[in-house]
Design a protein around this ligand. Structure first.
Ligand SMILES: Nc1ncnc2c1ncn2[C@@H]1O[C@H](COP(=O)(O)OP(=O)(O)OP(=O)(O)O)[C@@H](O)[C@H]1O
Length: 224
């Protein structure tokens, strides 16, 4: 596992399809291994910030430095390599493979892992699913409920033990009890080994567990 990384964001501007800024953040500094919540009204740019921090967006100016690496100075291939080495993501709309079962989805990173760590990723995925109360022997995720799909997506992100975990509304489609379990898993993952955790969320129970919370106002320049 790679060392945890600190984060420095400066003068971040993300441009939308019409070449207009859709998210701006003046400054954010996060020590390695800390947890951050991002709140803000719908459309404020929370998803955009999470995607930019993962290096998923092309039209980004300013600085996003994870340790020594400035993502805004890298091309697409460089950002992809950085993501593969460091970043786990929980997407708002899950992005599961419907035709694969929960275990195959949660353990999908085993396919891209070095041979020696594949078994570890798969075992960890199955352990996480069991802890979340999900049977791993179904052959498809198409018929799972929204909450169940959410838990598979969280298990997938955690199975790979990323040193940076970015999550977009990870509890949005869960009932309270399942949401609290997922919150416990995300925070435990961060605390276990000084992993960095950044979550965009409206869930106050989740935000309360973060070391810090920043507010995106949308449109206006934000600083943290
Ligand atoms: N590629 C794009 N081109 C133009 N505008 C975009 C693009 N992507 C997002 N937007 C707009 O940018 C704004 C921020 O979107 P974003 O999804 O980041 O908000 P959010 O805070 O995550 O909202 P929600 O809480 O509803 O998920 C929105 O007004 C959205 O419509």
């Amino acid at each position: 596992m790679a060392d945890a990384l600190s984060l420095v964001v400066e003068d971040l501007v993300v441009m939308g399809d019409e070449r207009r800024p859709i998210m701006t953040l003046d400054r954010l500094s996060l020590p390695r291994g800390s947890t951050l919540g991002v709140r803000g009204p719908s459309g404020a740019g929370k998803t955009t910030l999470i995607f930019a921090l993962a290096g998923l967006l092309p039209n980004v100016s300013g600085r996003i430095s994870w340790g020594e690496t400035d993502l805004t100075a890298l091309g697409e291939a460089g950002r992809r390599a950085f993501r593969a080495a460091h970043v786990g993501m929980v997407f708002q709309d899950f992005l599961l493979f419907d035709e694969l079962g929960p275990a195959a989805n949660a353990g999908v990173f085993a396919l891209f892992s070095p041979r020696r760590s594949r078994h570890h990723v798969r075992t960890r995925a199955e352990r996480l699913l069991a802890r979340m109360g999900l049977s791993s022997d179904r052959s498809s995720t198409a018929t799972l409920s929204g909450g169940e799909r959410q838990r598979v997506a969280v298990a997938r992100a955690l199975a790979n033990e990323p040193d940076i975990l970015l999550a977009d509304e990870p509890t949005a489609s869960l009932h309270r009890e399942a949401a609290d379990l997922v919150i416990g898993d995300l925070v435990a993952h961060a605390r276990e080994a000084d992993h960095t955790l950044i979550v965009a969320s409206h869930d106050e129970r989740l935000l309360d567990r973060m070391d810090r919370v920043i507010e995106l106002a949308g449109g206006a320049r934000a600083a943290a």
